[in-house]
Write a protein that binds this ligand. Sequence first.
Ligand SMILES: Cc1cc2nc3c(=O)[nH]c(=O)nc-3n(C[C@H](O)[C@H](O)[C@H](O)COP(=O)(O)OP(=O)(O)OC[C@H]3O[C@@H](n4cnc5c(N)ncnc54)[C@H](O)[C@@H]3O)c2cc1C
Length: 359
Amino acid sequence: MKIVIIGGEAAGMSAAAKAARTNPSADIIVYEASEIISFGACGLPYFVADEFQDPSYMAEFTPEQFAKRGIDVRTGHRVTKIDSVNKTLDVNSDEGTMTARYDRLMIATGAREIIPPIEGLRKEGVYSLRRMQDGIDLKAAIGNEACQHITVIGSGFIGLEVAEAMVHRGKKVRLIERASRLIPDAFDSEISKHFMTELRQAGVEVLTDEQVISVIGDQSVEGIITDKGEYQTDLVLVCTGVKPNTDFLLETGIEMLANGAIRIDQHGKTSLNDVWAAGDCASIPNAISGKDSYIPLATGANKLGRLVGEAMARSSASGQHQQISPFTGSLGTSCIRLLGLEAGRTGLSEREAVTAGLR
Ligand SMILES: Cc1cc2nc3c(=O)[nH]c(=O)nc-3n(C[C@H](O)[C@H](O)[C@H](O)COP(=O)(O)OP(=O)(O)OC[C@H]3O[C@@H](n4cnc5c(N)ncnc54)[C@H](O)[C@@H]3O)c2cc1C
């Protein structure tokens, strides 16, 4: 049985390891577009804050270590097309394009940052934080003494963690959020107020209800213009959310949510025959609302990844899910440390409960 996995990070490598344990005779291949596997992006804000110095700490395993477990990991290989009828995929690498065959396929291509409609985002001094190289580049940039004033756009988990990192690095920090309060997608307004107080006490300039329109400067960043004013800054960090890496699947007709996340069932199965998905590229069943939700966190990616690995390795030719317990759903549990404050959530926020028609 040939199991192919696209994407070699949290979801993909959890699936590969579990599939190898479940069915040691399966032929398992992972295609990863980048050169790094098993990368935990969760460490990036702490690397940038200089809480540790070696970026390789963020990559748990190497392809060689997986090879010893019988898993063939091909980095620098990007899948560009899937033919789910003939069970083949097109793979691009330095050696050209080849067509590979699969019996069971998992899509674990994750997500990429949303680029908001702000003019001038290509200027030198504009950063985002997703890949290891993003963290290395950002850390080098803030290591320059001339880089003193940082503007963070977006107050989700990553925006807040990065704002904290910049405070720890002794920078002057401005955080801009277009909503009327901080981290509105994850926490209720009562908690947002605590985040606001904590940041302001640390000297962070927090601007809500304000939208960035353009980044100004000749070649590199000198400032920003918002719908309310103009501010000087040395560096801009864009933390405005993520979008699933699923554009290459559009022709397959695979079912997706409105944001492009692949719709999966409680076994991680997609609408295509013998194709599974998990992680930031996919939906996740919500334990409370019972609906398909999008919760791009490593916790869900790892759990669903393991489940998919087992399902692919055990699944019979007739498509039966042999003896595998279904995933009962995510509670959307997450937590954050922001300076001296720690906050956690589980279940639905008030806003999510209203949207789900439960309140
Ligand atoms: C700064 C930051 C902090 C975070 N902190 C936390 C945290 O504290 N807790 C938490 O739970 N989560 C956190 N997350 C989220 C967590 O990193 C993601 O949920 C997790 O990485 C998702 O894993 P994944 O395997 O689904 O996707 P990804 O990690 O995005 O990996 C997908 C891989 O697929 C590859 N790929 C994409 N397209 C193709 C293709 N066509 N062919 C071949 N390969 C392809 C990509 O190169 C990539 O390596 C954080 C994320 C960031 C950016």
